[in-house]
Design a binder for this molecule. Structure first.
Ligand code: PLP
Length: 286
């Protein structure tokens, strides 16, 4: 992979930040990740919108325009030589040379990199569906951390992952403050019931892939809503799938050890997966 920092393109192994950077010390950072498929960026504008929105909410500024960041991301991919890449843009608070505790004293830091694309789910899991466990852990409150800011707060999600592994699952879903399903480590979740789609509305990152599912649903006349999903909505769903940049639309066929419906990948999920991958060669979605 190739990284960009401080005006230079570097091999990933040479891209290093200070341990005094508040991004590292305090998770005081925002970031976004984009998928490049066969050399094409997928929905880059939406990722740039979210990244700029996050910086604004955190009162961070970088000395680059959207066009300059776009060029940097393209350069990282070109220099890396990867046709399919996972591209990340990051803004951290930065560090203070005087150890000041006043965040206004820091110079915010922009970093970007492109590494080979690696999916959340492997080929076998995509074919048979993922096995997910619901952890009792509660995702950080949207009253504490604005979920619209894509952030590195993952202590709850990683705890959820270990809970899921202990319970025999492959990945995790965690709860919102009301005990409903929230999201997982790097993905949103959808349930399909009677042909309609539902995804949690509260306390979750508004994922770009989640948004793509709404766009696809509108195109193929499926009803889709953002509303609470209870644990029983999940276990009683006709189909379940998860969505993320690092994997697209991924079927879930078991929750807490119990099959969803007949335990095979359902027709609505298959249809959406198929449309989603077709959109990767549609210039309107680049
Ligand atoms: N939820 C969380 C906590 C995430 O970190 C991510 C992506 O990293 C997602 C959901 C999925 O968002 P997207 O579809 O934009 O990748």
């Amino acid at each position: 992979g190739v990284a960009y920092m401080d005006g230079q393109y570097l091999p990933m192994s040479e891209a290093k930040i200070s341990v005094l950077d508040w991004g590292f010390l305090h998770s005081d950072a925002t970031y976004d990740t984009v998928h490049v498929w066969e050399g094409r960026f997928f929905r880059l504008d939406l990722h740039l919108d979210r990244f700029w929105g996050g910086m604004q909410r955190l009162r961070m500024k970088i000395p680059y325009s959207r066009e300059q960041v776009t060029d940097i991301l393209h350069n990282c991919v070109a220099l890396s030589g990867h046709k399919s890449a996972y591209v990340e843009m990051i803004c951290t608070r930065g560090g203070s040379p005087t150890f000041s505790r006043d965040p206004r004293q820091s110079e915010n830091r922009f970093i970007a990199f492109a590494v080979p694309f690696g999916s959340v789910a492997n080929k076998e899991q995509l074919e048979r569906g993922l096995h997910v466990s619901v952890s009792e852990i509660v995702r950080i409150s949207p009253k504490s951390v604005d979920p619209e800011v894509k952030n590195y707060h993952w202590l709850d999600l990683v705890k959820g992952l270990f809970d899921a592994y202990d319970a025999g699952g492959e990945t995790a879903l965690v709860l919102d403050e009301n005990g409903n399903i929230a999201e997982g480590p790097g993905f949103n979740v959808f349930v399909v019931k009677d042909g309609g789609l539902r995804t949690p509305a509260f306390g979750v990152l508004p994922g770009i892939t989640r948004r793509s599912v709404f766009d696809l649903a509108a195109e193929i006349n499926l009803k889709a809503v953002a509303e609470d999903v209870s644990r029983s909505d999940l276990s009683g769903a006709d189909e379940v799938f998860i969505t993320s940049t690092a994997g697209g639309i991924m079927p879930v066929t078991k929750v807490d050890g119990t099959p969803i419906s007949d335990g095979s990948v359902g027709p609505v999920t298959r249809r959406l997966m198929d449309h989603y991958w077709k959109k990767h060669s549609d210039p309107a979605w680049s």
